[in-house]
Design a protein around this ligand. Structure first.
Ligand code: CA
Ligand code: CA
Ligand code: CA
Length: 176
């Protein structure tokens, strides 16, 4: 019986199917569509049984369904930014702090770790380092503006558990 909210099956997320087995009648509860923990975490279904007798009898029961979070959300950076650092500043000067958000509902699926992308295309990879947990970016060299005036640095955010997304090969989700 659909209720008035998504939690109580307003959207017909679940349906029941009658099945006869060994002289008993079973009601299988099935899903019509994939469930998403980040949208609805638990459901509350009312099941009604009726007989076909002369005198109609009915009874109702409530079934609670709790979803378990899987790691299906990717950490996403909240902004792209441009920062400046003065030439001649000592090594270890903080340049900026980047931030990524992972919308998964539970730890460690929503834990974010930060990395400097280790690719030859990443111009700034030898000149900056990033704090794994905080996303703070520090200098690794003393800059000389006369040598080069600007660097592009690519950073990556990974989450804390193997991905539940298709074709992920058991690696965490990552975003750049
Ligand atoms: Ca999800
Ligand atoms: Ca999830
Ligand atoms: Ca995640």
């Amino acid at each position: 019986m659909p209720g008035s909210t998504a939690q109580t099956n307003k959207l017909h997320t679940f349906y029941s199917q009658q099945r006869a087995d060994n002289g008993f009648t079973w009601a299988d509860i099935k899903v019509n569509q994939p469930l998403d923990y980040e949208t609805v975490k638990e459901y509350n279904l009312t099941i009604r049984v009726e007989n076909n007798g002369l005198q109609q009898l009915a009874s109702e029961a409530t079934v609670f369904i709790m979803l378990e979070d899987v790691n299906d959300e990717i950490p996403l950076f909240t902004e792209r930014e441009q920062e400046t650092v003065l030439e001649g500043e000592p090594i270890g000067t903080k340049v900026t702090q980047v931030n990524a958000i992972d919308k998964d509902g539970t730890f460690p699926n929503n834990q974010v770790y930060y990395y400097v992308v280790d690719s030859p295309r990443n111009e700034g990879k030898d000149f900056f380092e990033i704090n794994l947990q905080s996303g703070e970016v520090f200098t690794k060299i003393v800059f000389d503006r006369e040598k080069q005036g600007a660097y592009a640095l690519e950073v990556e955010a990974r989450d804390g558990a193997p991905s539940a997304r298709p074709n992920s090969g058991g690696q965490p989700n990552s975003g750049e």
